[in-house]
Design a protein around this ligand. Structure first.
Ligand SMILES: *Cc1c(COP(=O)(O)O)cnc(C)c1O
Length: 380
């Protein structure tokens, strides 16, 4: 899994030259930096990046170069990497459950922002974290809506508990803030509206003026041909809603996109191992590899099929059942994928918008999972 020094014009050029047998992730730094600037220019507050969505060092380095000054981290390994690659950046330790040993690492690395959703975890922070200049954000949840899957099932205090925690944070001398995560691939932006209004009423119930409101990640990426997410409309909605809900007590806003930041900058090239009896298509990557997320969140139909010589297949599309390379029967993409009727063994199937939760969750199951990362100027 190395990054070669060559920069190719686009994936088709690389594929035709190299005819790789293993999957390839094509990374376009320019696309990532453009998206970072879109967030920084458009979001009405501080933009941080959720490292877990793609922790590749080239991703972190390009985000830092584009002006991202904060990172949402969840583990000592992520914190150590950010300290090494972006030493000046703020780290927000927003995994609400931490071992005491992990909190000690964060304190030693100078982390000044933590989130919490329970009394026991808050007690640990009060024990171990110096209050001076340090923020604790209370994370709350609402009944799920609008997202591809439910984050509130694991984390987030109820509204009553959140008010209680917020009071304790303020009384303990920490900077009181609040946070929520509306769920990932949040195509219905009204989720942010509900959460921001709820945050204002929790702060009011607690009698605490919050310094910052972190509106989470969840910004959608472009997964389906016909559905283009409108980030600027979401930013405007968040801004308007915060103004309406908090008025003169308006907190500083923070966001922590993962998917919405990184997805578009990476495309995956898989190779067709077999078209079995002109029916099922078998790829060299699947749900234990870089397509891990698809059974949970749904298909990506932004595909392109290229011959080994790099020519686009253009025959009329036909729905196909697509399997990955392992011997496990769940290694199958959800539903059917529309692919050109003349797709053939050794062709490449490109999936666009695959920068998030792809290489980050790739396993080595069944001896597969080797993937190269190649830099390209453009993805199309
Ligand atoms: C995973 C995560 C994010 C990023 O979510 P995306 O849907 O990828 O934007 C942001 N905040 C927290 C707390 C997370 O756990």
């Amino acid at each position: 899994m190395g990054l070669s020094k060559t920069i190719w014009a686009k994936p088709a050029e690389y594929l035709a030259h190299q005819q790789p047998e293993n999957p390839v992730l094509f990374f376009a730094p320019g696309v990532l930096q453009d998206t970072a600037r879109r967030f920084i220019d458009g979001f009405p507050g501080l933009v941080t990046y959720a490292v877990k969505s793609n922790p590749q060092e080239v991703v972190i380095e390009n985000l830092a170069a584009a002006g991202v000054r904060g990172f949402d981290v969840a583990s000592p390994a992520e914190m150590l990497m950010i300290r090494r690659l972006a030493p000046e950046a703020a780290m927000h330790y927003n995994n609400p459950v931490r071992a005491r040993s992990e909190i000690a690492v964060a304190v030693a690395l100078g982390v000044k922002s933590y989130s919490v959703d329970s009394r026991t975890e808050l007690a640990k922070l009060i024990d171990l974290v110096p209050t001076e200049g340090c923020e604790i954000s209370v994370r709350f949840k609402l009944p799920v809506q609008g997202a591809a899957y439910n984050f509130g099932a694991k984390f987030g205090a109820t509204q009553d508990l959140a008010a209680d925690l917020l009071r304790t944070v303020a009384e303990a001398g920490f900077i009181p803030s609040m946070t929520f995560h509306p769920g990932t691939q949040c195509v219905d932006p009204s989720a942010w509206e509900s959460y921001i209004h709820a945050a204002a009423s929790i702060a009011q119930a607690a009698g605490v003026r919050i310094a910052r409101l972190n509106v989470g990640g969840g910004f959608p990426s472009h997964r389906l041909n016909g559905v283009l997410p409108d980030l600027e409309a979401i930013f405007a909605l968040i801004d308007r809603t915060t103004e309406a809900a908090f008025g003169a007590d308006r907190p500083v806003l923070v966001c922590e996109p993962g998917r919405g930041m990184v997805a578009e900058s990476i495309s995956l090239a898989t190779r067709v191992k077999a078209v079995r009896d002109d029916e099922h298509v078998f790829l060299n990557d699947g749900t234990y590899g870089n397509l891990d997320e698809l059974p949970m969140i749904g298909i990506i139909d932004r595909t392109e099929v290229l011959t080994p010589e790099g020519r686009a297949r253009t025959a009329a599309p036909r729905g196909r059942i697509v399997f990955g390379p392992t011997c496990d029967s769940v290694d199958r993409l959800p539903g059917e994928l529309m692919l050109p009727g003349d797709i053939a063994e050794d062709d490449y199937v490109m999936f666009h918008g695959l920068g998030a939760y792809s290489i980050a969750t790739n396993t080595r199951f069944n001896g597969f999972g080797d993937v190269a990362i190649e830099t390209v100027l453009a993805l199309h």
